[in-house]
Design a protein around this ligand. Structure first.
Ligand code: HEM
Length: 582
């Protein structure tokens, strides 16, 4: 199955917000399903596609910045003014913590729902614009055709192009940029198992061999201005390149560039020469591989991209996609669990809720009680477990916290589908009775409310009572919500913990749904076993959901080959009977 890319190219506002598009894309269940199907039929994993899209976004950011001649790292004085992101409509501008690139001035408040083809179209259009306006000395990649299938023809076409480029890379031995663009290609070609080429014969593909050679020759990519000796132009492999007096020796990308180099010099390569160089590269790669058998495949996010760029990628992604990316490598984990990422995500998702009047009032009341001499708890005012943990807890608990105690006739608040409603005035006239609401008030009543199956008319009435609006559709849930459902499913015996031995060094266990288990359970189980399978294929290790002694689930987490425990908070899980729930 292919994805039709014959879409009309949209007008590209210069201040396109990639993050918003990507957010919308990943939040779009239909697009995800389409992506999954396309990925399956093309033999590419969803994970890979996520990475590819993320990398494409980085390229877009890169070219966007070049196009507007914005410095990197960003210089606040020269940044385009950020407009409050659509999620933060109430607070004043000063109060906003706007995620980088989330939204720019002049953009419509509501992001269009983007599909993968639309995103690619935007990206390509940006690249095209960048090419048109770039100074001729800037060696930009030539573009893949716009009318192609991103999941099938993309790798093939890009491969052809990349082979050409790689030949130049190897020849010049400098252009790390290409090397990481090729990583993108390599990830796609790799399918998902970290091997390449023909597994039977152990032959690696030309692309990989060339890439290895290029990577071996390239020093990590750095943006200019990161410090002496770090850019490629400083003390790197500079043979064949001349520093021009009085001119910067680096291009914006940080590789050395003589001012006689033209775009054509870089992009139009003599095919014969390229083939010869490719062969040389292959030979070099073979020698390299023979010298060191255990050359790990280069990984996404460990390619020497500047930290800020990597951070930008993960900040754009939905929480669940960040969680999906973290097991890819140590670097990805370090990033994906970073404080700043979750802080930003929290601010974008819950900032408006936190600043909403009811929450502020409740918070002030709580503080006043403290001032009245109520004993503060040991953890009061501290953030335990970091921002990621806090994000999960907040997501799960804030409505209950806000509504606590308000289950009376004179004050009746209910949490529903991510918003909070004051139903005090509605109690008497509620068609489903006052009592039904009262027994469910004072906390989150979403489950019951949805069970009842309220009509569209009923839903239309809700806005009148809303005091804290629910987030816009598509703002995803984190693992905390998934685990909340898991907890319920375990408690009700709809799911259990089962041991599952996998190959490799360590055994593995996964949380398995049982007949009729909640969707959340199977989602988590599928995710975990996907991870497990991936780890196994990469040479041992295990994805683990651990069951502690004494009939209690002590912890649930993923243990990876690198020995890192991806921990999920204990308190989310209920006691289970010995032997594993049910
Ligand atoms: C803003 C909040 C709410 C509004 C505007 C609302 C409105 C309505 C309306 C119009 C009906 C009539 C049936 C229909 O049109 O679907 C109804 C029925 C009902 N509602 Fe609500 N409701 C709200 C919240 C709740 C909550 C929080 C609960 C309980 C947790 C609840 C429980 C029920 C029940 C049990 C019925 C009766 C269903 C039946 O007889 O089939 N409602 N509600």
């Amino acid at each position: 199955m292919g994805i039709d890319l014959h879409l009309p190219l949209p007008d590209l506002p210069p201040n396109m917000a990639w993050g918003g598009m990507l957010e919308a894309y990943f939040a779009n269940a239909e697009a995800l399903a389409e992506l999954a199907a396309a990925a399956r039929s093309a033999g590419v994993s969803k994970q890979t596609v996520v990475e590819v899209v993320a990398l494409l976004v980085v390229s877009a950011i890169t070219y966007y910045r070049m196009y507007h001649q914005l410095p990197y790292p960003p210089d606040p004085a020269r940044e385009p003014r950020l407009r409050p992101c659509p999620l933060q409509t109430e607070a004043t501008e000063d109060e906003h913590v706007v995620p980088q690139g989330f939204s720019h001035e002049g953009q419509p408040a509501s992001e269009p729902t983007a599909s993968l083809p639309a995103i690619l179209n935007h990206l390509y259009a940006t690249l095209a614009a960048a090419r048109l306006h770039a100074p001729p000395t800037l060696p930009l990649p030539s573009l893949p055709s716009l009318a192609m299938d991103p999941l099938t023809s993309f790798p093939a076409k890009l491969l052809a192009e990349m082979q050409e480029k790689l030949a130049a890379v190897v020849k010049e031995g400098e252009e790390a940029e290409w090397a990481w663009l090729c990583l993108l290609l390599q990830r796609v070609l790799h399918k998902e198992d970290g091997t390449d080429g023909d597994r039977e014969t152990g032959q690696t593909s030309l692309a990989t061999r060339m890439l290895s050679a290029a990577m071996a020759q390239c020093r990590p990519f750095r943006w200019p201005g990161e410090g002496p000796g770090q850019g490629l132009g400083e003390g790197g492999r500079e043979e064949g390149r001349e520093r021009v007096e009085g001119k910067p020796a680096q291009s914006m990308f940080g590789w050395p560039i003589a001012d006689t180099t033209t775009h054509d010099d870089v992009c139009d390569i003599d095919t014969e020469e390229a083939e010869a160089a490719a062969e040389a590269a292959a030979a070099a790669a073979a020698a390299l591989a023979a010298a060191s058998k255990a050359v790990p495949p280069p990984h996404f996010l460990s390619t020497g991209l500047p930290d800020e760029v990597q951070l930008e990628i993960v900040e754009y992604l939905q929480p669940r996609d960040v969680l999906r990316l973290t097991p890819v490598s140590r670097a990805a984990r370090r990033l994906g669990e970073g404080e700043q990422v979750w802080r930003t995500k929290w601010a974008a998702r819950f900032g408006p809720i936190w600043r909403s009047a009811p929450v502020q009032k409740a918070e002030m009341a709580r503080k006043a009680r403290r001032a009245d001499g109520q004993r503060a708890s040991a953890t009061d005012g501290e953030m335990e477990g970091g921002w990621r943990h806090f994000y999960s807890v907040f997501e799960l608990e804030w409505a209950a916290w806000l509504c606590a105690g308000r289950n009376r006739e004179d004050s009746c608040w209910v949490g529903l589908e991510g918003g909070v409603y004051d139903l005090t005035a509605f109690l008497e006239i509620h068609p489903g009775s006052k009592e039904t609401i009262l027994v469910n008030a004072g906390g989150d009543a979403t489950a019951f409310f949805q069970d009842v199956g309220h009509s569209a008319q009923a839903r239309a009435m809700m806005a009148d009572f809303c005091i804290v609006p629910p987030p816009p559709q598509g703002v995803g849930h984190t693992e905390a919500c998934v685990l909340h459902s898991v907890k319920e499913a375990l408690r009700e015996g709809r799911a259990g913990i089962e041991g599952r031995k996998e190959g490799g060094k360590g055994g593995g266990r996964a949380l398995m749904g049982r007949g009729g288990a909640a969707g959340a359970v199977s989602t988590l189980a599928a995710h975990l076993s996907e991870q497990a399978a991936m780890m196994m294929r990469r040479g041992g290790g295990a994805a683990v959901v651990e069951v502690g002694g004494g009939g209690r689930v002590e912890e649930v987490g993923q243990v990876h080959r690198d020995g890192l425990l991806h921990h999920v908070s204990e308190w989310l899980l209920p006691p289970v009977v010995p032997g594993g729930g049910g």
